[in-house]
Structure formats: C-alpha cells, structure tokens
Design a protein around this ligand. Structure first.
Ligand SMILES: Cc1cc2nc3c(=O)[nH]c(=O)nc-3n(C[C@H](O)[C@H](O)[C@H](O)COP(=O)(O)OP(=O)(O)OC[C@H]3O[C@@H](n4cnc5c(N)ncnc54)[C@H](O)[C@@H]3O)c2cc1C
Length: 545
C-alpha cells in the first residue's frame, strides 16, 4: 500500500527551538478543538495546537470530494456543549461541518494557540527534563503533556497497483480531491466502494463520459433518511435549546440500539439485511447487477452505508461495476480482476486510510526511546484508547478501539477529553510531574476488549479495515457507548502511576477512589452557529452528552 505522507522527519536534535509549552495538542479536528476548549476552560492556558493543514477542521477540512457529508445525524455529530440550531439538513455536508468547526475555533478563541502548517515529524519523551520533545516542520516544541489528536482516518491509503506510477493522467485519493482536474467528459476509474465512493460516484456520474467502479466487496447499503430541517424546527431549537437536546438524545438512543446486533446478537442483523435487500431490489432492476451488488457477509461486519443515489447511479448506461477490484495499470488502461483492460483518463482512489497502521506509530518514542510501533507489533493497544504504558504524559484522542460503526465519534471524543481532564486535574492536585498508565491496567483492559470482541458481528468473517495486520480488531469499541463514557470520564487513579518528579512516586496518588471532576469555566461570548455553551458532562453521565 502507498500512503500520501509528509516528507521524512528531521532528527529531533537538528530541529530549531520553537518554544516550550505546558501542553501540546497535535491536530485541529473535532478532537483537538474539543480538547483545547476544555483545557482552556479549566485554566490550562499554556497550550499550543500543532496542525499541518492551513485551517481547522481535520476530516472536514481535507475531504472536499463532491457530495461529502456525514452519515450520522448532525444533531448528534457535533459537540454536546456547542449545539448548532442552524443545520439545514439532518445529515450535513462537508462545507457545513467545516464551517461549524471554524466557528468553534473562533468562538472559543483558539486561534492564538493554533500553529498552522506545522507538521509533527517526531516526538520523544525526555526522561531527564520530564518533557516531550516534538520535532515539527518549523522547529522543536517542548511540552510537559502531549495530546496526539491526529485522527484515525487521516492518512489516505492507495494500493500499490503495478504500473500505477507510469499512468499518464490525473491520479488522486478522494480525501485529497484534486479540484484542478475537470472530470467532465472523461473516462474515469473509481477504485473502492466504501463510505466515500458511495457519496462521490453519484455526484460525478452525470458529467463523466464513462465511469468504471472497481468493487472488491459489495457494501450493504440502506435507505438514507436525510431530509431538510424546516425553518420552524430551527426556530424552535434557537428559542428552546432543550428541544434540540431531546432530539439529540432520541437519535443517540435509536443508534445505540444497533449495538444489540453489532455486539450482542449478530443474528439480529438479518432484520436489517432484509430492509437493505428490499432497498436494492427497488433500485436495481437488472438481476445481473443485483447479483454483483449483493454482499456475501453479515450486515454490519463492514461499515453500513446509507444512500438513495448509489444504486441508481450504478445502473446508468455510462457506468460499469467491475467486481473483484483493480489489479494493475497498463499504459492508460486500468485492469480489473477479470483481466480486461479499460482505458481511462483519470483514476480516483476511494480506498480508505491507514487506520490501524497510523504514521504516529513510527513517530512517537516513549521512555527508553521505544517506538510505539515496536510496542504494538502491528496491533495498536492502549488503555481506554487514550494512554499507553511507557509513554508518560501522553494522551491519545481516538486512539485504538475507540471507533464506532453506528454512532457519533464526537461522543467518544468527548468521553476521552473528560478522561484527560481527570488525569490533568489529578496531577495538578497531587503536584505530580508525570502520569502513566500501569502496564497491568492496560493489559487487563485489552484482554477484556478482545474477549468482548469475540462474539461481535465484526468477527463474523469479512475482511474490513477495522482489522489490523494480525487480524485483531484494533479499531472499534465493542460495547454500549455509554459504557465507554462511564468508564473513561471517571478517571481512575488506581490505573495510573503518578510521580512527583523523575523516579519519585506521589504519596496517596494511587488511591482507588475516582477523581472527581472540577467544574469547568463557561465561555461567555456567543457567535452565530454556536448557540449555547455549557460544560462537558463528566463523571458517571451515561446519556448522550
Ligand atoms: C469522509 C469521512 C466521513 C466521516 N463521517 C463521519 C460521520 O458521519 N460520523 C462520525 O462519527 N465520524 C465520521 N468520520 C470519522 C471522522 O474522522 C471523525 O468523526 C472525526 O472527524 C475525527 O476527528 P479528529 O479530530 O480525531 O481527527 P481529524 O478530523 O482527522 O483531524 C486530525 C487532524 O490532525 C492533523 N494531523 C495529522 N497528522 C499530523 C501531523 N503529523 N502533524 C500535524 N497535524 C497532523 C490533520 O491535519 C487533521 O487536521 C468520517 C471520516 C471521513 C474521512
């Protein structure tokens, strides 16, 4: 597999000093922004946000392909503390989500902390100073605490097709859409039939001359319930925020019901399969095409995709669905598993991301200079997807096993943010210099995860990007999401070792009592699009915060 990555990292020692901060966050998507807001509200102001892009937004800044949108309703796919009463449809488009996140950055006055164009190349724990040394494309940053919020779906993955480098035409990944290329009247190959392809294929189909869609495995596709949000609803949400919270809660609960099928009883997925089959039968009259489009695995094993436009687009005369995926590129032709050469003018890859083999594994070194990848050996593991033994004062957001196949990632992000706040507040109270998860707590946690994963739909025999190179599901959280919230938001000091300085443990810091979360300060300013702010629910909150 080829990845579109940054140039090789300069050694930390060669980097010019850029500054010293208490806390460094890497990434300014939902995770980084949410974390910075909560840190500032709790008085952790000595904060830098390193972001390689030119703007905030993360996923919603970089994915600009036609008709890019979320597939979790926006009332839920947004911060609990910053609801947007102005969403124009139930499932928002990429520009709307990007603008929401920009408004968040302005509203919470995060811009002074942001360093755009700063790609983090390497981070190394310095035991002598108790600081992280972070080599960026602009120099060296030192920080007591490092929070990688670099996103699980950040690095596009492109298959190493033989002959691809000799292809004499535009080639790009859906997550780096090349808007300088006009696909009108062109013969285009779209490789992949996942969540991104299903959105842009119907959008480009009417304007291309010919579209070859290379499908390795057929996805399960369900009807898309998107609809415009009426003015009267928006007015209601503006005047009565509780109404929007109620809708959010209802969406959360309905989505959570899917956990029954995903985790507890995969056979229940048959009910949804029947609905998905009916959807296909209604939209695909051609039995031959229907056969190619019928998945051969249990619904939910791979991501379930909502669309009302996918099947109709594939049935158009200028579209050919090629089963078995793309095999190689020969001159200006792309060759499918059937061995047929199909001449094309452009190739668009919608082949996903380096989700379980993220570059961060090769960039972060903990105590003793050990790389994360050396520790992980192809299978990322952390405690609550957040902390890794041997890596003091480091907190991942959306680390291993925090993904969801059915609900909002923002819910998981907020849960982890509460955990980090619990850790930092505990350190502050105890006067600790470092906090580090105990190896036995991390092992116990992962053994529990693996045991729970065994009976899930994701282990029913499909090949998915949820699985790492060892075949282990290192991506998803295998339980109710409120269970993750309950566990993560209640910071348990017994799982951690706190030290006053290098080598010294903090007396009393290992008390098994949960650290109670201090109240967060409220932002008093208001801005369009972000109507109401309130503090993040923490501790034992089990609802859709
Ligand atoms: C097309 C698409 C649609 C999606 N739809 C949904 C959905 O409907 N619902 C849902 O719950 N989830 C969805 N997701 C998942 C989505 O990624 C998460 O919901 C969420 O946006 C992740 O936020 P994040 O801040 O953790 O990561 P990101 O949004 O990926 O942000 C990470 C940031 O880190 C920066 N970064 C990475 N590496 C470095 C580095 N070395 N140095 C400096 N900066 C770096 C990146 O530039 C980026 O800005 C979708 C993902 C994609 C790709």
């Amino acid at each position: 597999m080829t990845s579109i990555t940054e140039p090789a990292a300069p050694p930390v020692a060669d980097a010019a000093p850029l500054g010293e901060f208490d806390i460094a966050i890497v990434g300014a998507g939902f995770s980084g922004l949410g974390m910075a807001i909560k840190l500032k509200q709790a008085g952790f102001d000595d904060l830098v946000m390193l972001e390689r892009a030119d703007e905030v937004g993360g996923t919603w800044w970089s994915n600009t392909y036609p008709d890019c949108a979320c597939d979790v309703p926006s009332h839920l796919y947004s911060f609990s503390f910053a609801p947007n009463p102005n969403w124009s449809q139930t499932y928002s488009t990429q520009p709307q989500i990007r603008d929401y996140l920009r408004t968040i950055a302005d509203h919470y006055e995060l811009r002074p902390h942001l360093r755009f164009g700063h790609a983090v190349r390497e981070a190394r724990w310095d035991e002598a100073t108790g600081r992280w040394e972070i080599a960026t494309s602009h120099g060296l940053v030192r920080a007591r605490v490092l929070i990688p919020a670099m996103g699980p779906l950040t690095e596009p993955r492109i298959p190493d097709l033989p002959g691809l480098s000799e292809f004499d035409g535009p080639v790009f990944h859906s997550a780096r859409w090349d808007h300088s290329v006009d696909l009108s009247g062109k013969r285009v190959a779209a490789v992949g039939t996942g969540a991104s392809a299903i959105q842009f294929v119907p959008a480009i189909q009417p304007r291309v001359e010919k579209l070859y869609v290379f499908q390795r495995t057929a996805p399960w596709v369900v009807p898309h319930p998107n609809r415009p949000i009426r003015d009267v609803e928006r007015r209601l949400y503006r005047t009565l925020p509780a109404a929007q919270r109620l809708v959010r809660g209802a969406i959360y609960t309905a989505r959570e019901a899917l956990v029954l099928g995903f985790v507890k009883r995969p056979r229940l997925m048959r009910v949804l399969e029947r609905g998905a089959r009916r959807h296909m039968e209604r939209q695909v009259p051609d039995p031959e095409l229907r056969a190619k489009l019928t998945p051969d695995y249990t619904l939910g094993c791979k991501r379930i995709l909502p669309s009302n436009r996918w099947y109709p687009a594939l049935g158009k005369p200028n579209v050919e669905l090629v089963s078995g995926g793309a095999r190689e590129v020969r001159g200006n032709a792309i060759v499918g598993a059937d061995g047929v050469e199909r001449p094309v003018d452009a190739i668009v890859f919608a082949t996903g991301f380096h989700a379980t083999d993220m570059p961060i594994g090769r960039a972060v070194r903990g105590r003793d200079g050990r790389l994360l990848d050396d520790l992980w050996q192809g299978s990322p593991r952390a405690y609550l997807g957040t902390a890794v033994a041997g890596f003091p004062n480091l907190f991942f957001l959306l680390g291993p096993n925090t993904g969801l196949g059915h609900s909002s990632m923002v819910y998981m992000i907020e849960s982890q943010i509460a955990h980090v706040m619990g850790a930092l507040e505990t350190m502050r109270r105890a006067g600790a210099a470092t906090v580090e998860v105990r190896p036995e707590a991390q092992e116990r946690y992962n053994a529990e995860l693996d045991a729970r994963m065994a009976g899930t739909v994701w282990n029913t025999g499909c090949a998915s990007w949820y699985l790492d190179e060892t075949g282990r599901n290192a991506t998803l959280w295998p339980d109710w999401t409120w269970r993750f919230r309950r566990r993560a938001a209640r910071f348990d000091p017994a799982a951690y070792e706190l030290r006053a300085g290098v080598g010294a443990a903090v007396a009393g810091a290992q008390s098994p009592t949960a650290a109670s979360m201090p109240p967060t300060r409220r932002s008093s300013t208001s801005s369009p699009g972000v109507a109401h702010t309130s503090s993040l629910r923490t501790s034992t909150s089990t609802g859709p915060a």
